[in-house]
Write a protein that binds this ligand. Structure first.
Ligand SMILES: [Zn+2]
Length: 395
């Protein structure tokens, strides 16, 4: 992509705007497209599992289908998008939280090409998938690194698996990078650090992507620092379930993403996440984001860039170049109606400050009580000293 540098700047501007909107409240509208059909990526909320539906005009694909119990939900979801044929289906690897619902998808939808790695599992779930494949007379296409497939003008490239055999089934995960014009998405399945290392070796220069589907539900076994640095995404999407027994996403990964100022979208907190691309810009919300250097970037200077409700850490960022004195500003936990009034604190341009509760370590201390509701929605709202709402972080 020879215009990639320019594209990166465009996307950067988009992200500045996006971070004001958060990744929530995604509603359907029409992003104007000059370059053909809109590409839609739906990270379907299937709990502790993955299922990603991708559509561009009349063509569509699916990456994983959730657990066994999610099969019908996924099929319904796809049918509700007026799609009855999938040009591609990728079963990233034979674990139940990825291929569990695949038999339902195969039984109920037309499929042109089914891509699955050369890995087997002796579970009933896997056998059910093979039965459905047989019944339908489908052929499995093995992924080959470097293979390219088109989706109505967009294109995806296979980046993993690079090896023949692995100890962990996760490392067999089919990893693809989807490119639509100047926008790009990396889907990693459950690929772990070993597979990431192989991708860094074989295709480092292809890894850079605007959106990263974080590997293995945000587990520390994936998203190694070197890999994350190479992908260098603006947005990270994590598919997991609240209260899952694995503790996904792991706090180390959230920290790793936060440190790089990557916006985090989570199905466990936000439900199904939809991202749209017109080949130049991405849309997460009702407002179209125009990506050019003349964009009127009407953004507040100070934003809540993250609320880690489990760790009780709120991160506030000053996006302007100037220092801002937060004295008298207020941070509100909406559900518990608890408020924190800022003492004199000068936040320098481009810097962040953390407000922590429950005796957690941070820059500003909100006391020993836990503030954030971990089971229900609990938006965070920031007000300036005059009581004007500056930023709302929905969850
Ligand atoms: Zn998984």
């Amino acid at each position: 992509m020879k215009n990639f540098k320019k594209a990166s700047m465009f996307v950067f501007i988009m992200i500045m705007i996006f971070s004001l909107m958060g990744c929530e409240d995604i509603i359907d509208t029409n992003l104007d497209s000059n370059t053909g059909d809109i590409l839609e990526i739906h990270f379907i909320d299937v709990g502790q599992a993955d299922s990603i539906f991708i559509k561009k005009g009349q063509e569509a694909m699916l990456i994983d289908a959730g657990n066994n119990k999610d099969g019908k939900t996924v099929v319904e979801y796809i049918k509700n998008q007026n799609v009855s044929k999938l040009n591609y289906v990728i079963g990233t690897h034979p674990h139940a939280d990825h291929i569990g619902g695949l038999d339902d998808v195969i039984d109920n939808l037309d499929i042109d090409k089914l891509i699955m790695p050369n890995a087997i599992s002796n579970t009933k779930t896997f056998e059910d998938v093979l039965d459905s494949i047989d019944k339908k007379g489908l052929k499995i296409t093995k992924p080959k690194v470097g293979d390219r497939y088109t989706l109505n003008g967009a294109e995806f490239i296979v980046l993993a698996p690079n090896g023949e055999s692995y100890e962990s089934l996760n490392d067999y995960s089919v990893v693809v990078k989807l490119i639509d014009g100047e926008t790009s998405f990396l889907f990693t399945g459950d690929a772990e650090a070993l597979s990431e290392k192989e991708m860094l070796k074989s295709n480092r220069n292809l890894l850079k992507s605007d959106v990263l589907k974080v590997g293995h539900h945000g587990s520390v076994t994936s998203t190694s620092q070197e890999f994350l640095d190479a992908v260098d995404p603006y947005i990270a999407v994590i598919s997991s379930e609240t209260g899952n027994s694995y503790g996904h996403p792991h706090k180390e990964i959230i920290e790793r993403l936060t440190e790089k100022n990557i916006d985090i979208c989570r199905t466990d907190l936000q439900g199904t996440i939809i991202i749209k691309s017109n080949g130049k810009s991405l849309e997460f919300n009702h407002k179209e984001i125009v990506l050019n250097n003349n964009s009127p970037v009407n953004k507040p200077d100070v934003v809540i860039s993250n609320v880690d409700k489990i760790e009780e850490i709120v991160t506030i960022k000053n996006n302007s170049k100037d220092e801002i004195n937060l004295e008298g500003w207020k941070l509100l936990s909406v559900t518990g109606n608890q408020e924190y009034i800022f003492p004199k604190y000068v936040l320098k341009g481009g810097e962040v400050v953390t407000v922590t509760s429950g005796n957690k370590e941070g820059d500003l201390d909100w006391g020993s009580t836990n503030i954030w509701n971990n089971t229900k929605s609990d938006p965070a709202v920031l007000y300036d000293e005059a009581g004007k709402e500056i930023f709302r972080f929905n969850d």
